[in-house]
Write a protein that binds this ligand. Sequence first.
Ligand SMILES: [Zn+2]
Length: 139
Amino acid sequence: MITQGVRVTGRCSSCGGTTTCDVGQFFDHGMLCWGTEGRCADCPNTWCEKDSGLVTPENIREVLLQAHGPARLRLSGDVPSLVPVLQALRDAHELSLGEARARATELAETGLIGTLVEMEVLAVHLRNRAIAVSVESAA
Ligand SMILES: [Zn+2]
C-alpha cells in the first residue's frame, strides 16, 4: 500500500479547543482513497470522512503538498512511442484522448507534478505497461 499522511491541528468549531486531524491519501487494492479523521481534545467532537475516487478534494491535496512537498513523475528511459503512455494515463484517470495526449507530452518533457500517492499511482499504471518511470521529490 502506498500512503502519505499528515497530522494537523486546528480549532474546534464547537468549543474552541484544540483539534488534531489526520489527513491522508492512500492507494489500496487499485483504488486511490483519501480520508480525514479528527477529534477535539476538549469536547466529544469528532469527525471522519473517507472516500475514494479519481479526484481527491483540493483541501486534502493542499495539506499533503504543504507538509511533504510535491512529487515529480518522470520517464526514466527513452520511450519509442507515446501510445502506451497514453493508454496508461487513460487507464489511471479516465482522460479524454486530448487530455491524455497533453499529459503524456508534459510527462515526456518536464515530468508530472502532484502528491506522492497520485504520482505513485500513475507510476503503477505506467509500469504495468512496461514503461520505466521514477518518482522523485520536486521540492
Ligand atoms: Zn471541542
